[in-house]
Write a protein that binds this ligand. Structure first.
Ligand SMILES: [Fe+2]
Length: 383
C-alpha cells in the first residue's frame, strides 16, 4: 500500500550556534515594537536572557518581562501575563525557557486575539490566529517551540487542559545549542529522555508517515549518541548540538504523527503526582516497548540499529530486545530512577490513572490497542 499523508510544521525554524544573538532581527522580520517576554524566574535572571533584553533595548524595542511562570503552568499564569501584555499594547511575544515558559507564551498569544478564557478553547480550537510568538528553548526535549499544543492546568478542577490548533504554533523557533549548555544534568537527562520517548512513540505508532519516520529515527540516533556526554559535561557543545538537533527532529515527527501509550499514561499520571514528565516517560518507555514490540518488530530492529546496537546475526526478536535494553541502559546511565515507586507513584492509584489514560488521544494511535488492564500491567512492570 502506498502512503498517503499530510505534513505540517507552521513554525519557521532558525537553527545554529549564534542564532540567539540575532533575536532583534527576528523581531524585525515579524514586525511590531512592543514585546512581552515570557519566562520563569531562573531563566529570567540568566546572562543570556539579560543580554537578549539589552539587545532588544539597543534596537529600539519596548519590552516588559513576565517571569512568574512555574512548572506545569496554570490558568492564573496565563491571565497574569495576558493582563501585562494588554496593559502596554503588546504586539509580539517572546517565550524563552523550557516547555512551561513556552506553553505559557503560546497561551497568552492565543488570548491576545481571542475572546473569553483559555479554558474555553480546550477541545474547541480558537477562531483567530494567535499573536506571533518567537519561541527560544533553553532545554532540549519538550518541542513546545514547534508544536501547536499548549498545556495549561486548571487548578480548581485539577485537570491539565491540552489546547491544540495550528493557529497557536509559534511563528519562529530559535534553536541555539549554546543556550542549552547551562542546563543542569538532571534536566538535561529528563528532557532528553522525553525527546527520545517522543521519537520512539512517533516512529512506532500507526499514525506515522514517511517524513515523520525519517525524522524520528534520526532523532533516536542523535539523542542516543549525545545524551550521555551532554549530561556528563554540560559545556560539551558537540553533545549539546546533537541532543538539540535530535529534539528538533523528534518534534517534527511527533507534531505530525503524535505519540503512544507512554504519553497516554503520563498525561493523567502527571496530574496525580508532581513528577518530572521526562522521568516518568523514561521509566515507562521500556515496558511500553515490551508491550508494543510484536506489533511492529521491524521498526524495533531499526531502533536498535539507530541506538548503535550490534544486531548482526540476531533474529528480529533478539534485535528488538536489544532496542529495549539500549533504552534501559541509556536511562540508567543518565541517572533516571528505575521504578515509579522511587519517584513517589502509589500502586493503589494505578487503576484510577489507567481509567483516565484509556481515554487519551494517543491510545488509538498506539501500535497495539491496550485495555485498562494492559495499562496497569505496563505500570506494574516498573512499580
Ligand atoms: Fe513528552
Amino acid at each position: 500500500m502506498y502512503p498517503q499523508f499530510t505534513f505540517l510544521i507552521p513554525t519557521k525554524i532558525y537553527y545554529g550556534f549564534g542564532e540567539f544573538k540575532k533575536v532583534a532581527d527576528r523581531v524585525r522580520e515579524i514586525g511590531g515594537e512592543k514585546i512581552l517576554v515570557v519566562t520563569d524566574p531562573v531563566i529570567g535572571k540568566t546572562d543570556f536572557t539579560q543580554s537578549m533584553l539589552q539587545s532588544l533595548e539597543e534596537n529600539g524595542f519596548i519590552y516588559k518581562v513576565y517571569d512568574n511562570v512555574e512548572p506545569n503552568p496554570a490558568v492564573r499564569h496565563v491571565e497574569e501575563g495576558l493582563q501585562m501584555a494588554k496593559g502596554f499594547g503588546c504586539e509580539l511575544i517572546i517565550g524563552i525557557g523550557g516547555g512551561s515558559a513556552l506553553d505559557t507564551a503560546k497561551a497568552i498569544a492565543v488570548m491576545m486575539t481571542n475572546e473569553g478564557k483559555i479554558g474555553d478553547y480546550w477541545g474547541n480550537p480558537p477562531k483567530n490566529a494567535a499573536m506571533p510568538v518567537i519561541a527560544i528553548p533553553t532545554t532540549a526535549g519538550t518541542s513546545s517551540e514547534i508544536t501547536w499544543v499548549t498545556v495549561v492546568k486548571d487548578e480548581e478542577k485539577k485537570v491539565k487542559m491540552g489546547i491544540g490548533s495550528p493557529k497557536l504554533a509559534p511563528a519562529i523557533a530559535i534553536y541555539d545549542p549554546e543556550v542549552t549548555k547551562t542546563m543542569p544534568p538532571g534536566i538535561t537527562a529528563s528532557t532528553g529522555m522525553d525527546a527520545l520517548t517522543h521519537a520512539i512513540e512517533a516512529y512506532t505508532n500507526i499514525n506515522n508517515n514517511p517524513v515523520a519516520e525519517l525524522a524520528a529515527l534520526e532523532a533516536v540516533r542523535l539523542i542516543s549518541e549525545n545524551l550521555r556526554p551532554a549530561v556528563a559535561k554540560g559545556d560539551n557543545l558537540k553533545a549539546r548540538h546533537g541532543v538539540l538537533l535530535g529534539t528538533l527532529f523528534a518534534g517534527i515527527a511527533f507534531a505530525n504523527a503524535v505519540l503512544g501509550v507512554v504519553h497516554a499514561i503520563t498525561s493523567p499520571l502527571g496530574g496525580y503526582f508532581p513528577v518530572p514528565h521526562g522521568v516518568v516517560n523514561a521509566i515507562l518507555l521500556p515496558p511500553a516497548m515490551e508491550y508494543n514490540k510484536n506489533a511492529c518488530i521491524d521498526k524495533f530492529v531499526k531502533i536498535a540499529e539507530a541506538m548503535g546496537e550490534n544486531i548482526e546475526g540476531l533474529s528480529k526478536l533478539e534485535a528488538a530486545d536489544k532496542a529495549i535494553e539500549a533504552v534501559k541502559r541509556l536511562s540508567k546511565d543518565v541517572g533516571i530512577p528505575e521504578s515509579l515507586s522511587e519517584i513517589g507513584v502509589k500502586e493503589e492509584l494505578l487503576p484510577e490513572i489507567a481509567a483516565e489514560a484509556i481515554k487519551n488521544v494517543n491510545i488509538p494511535l498506539n501500535p497495539r490497542q491496550p485495555s485498562e488492564k494492559d495499562l496497569i500491567q505496563i505500570c506494574k512492570a516498573v512499580i
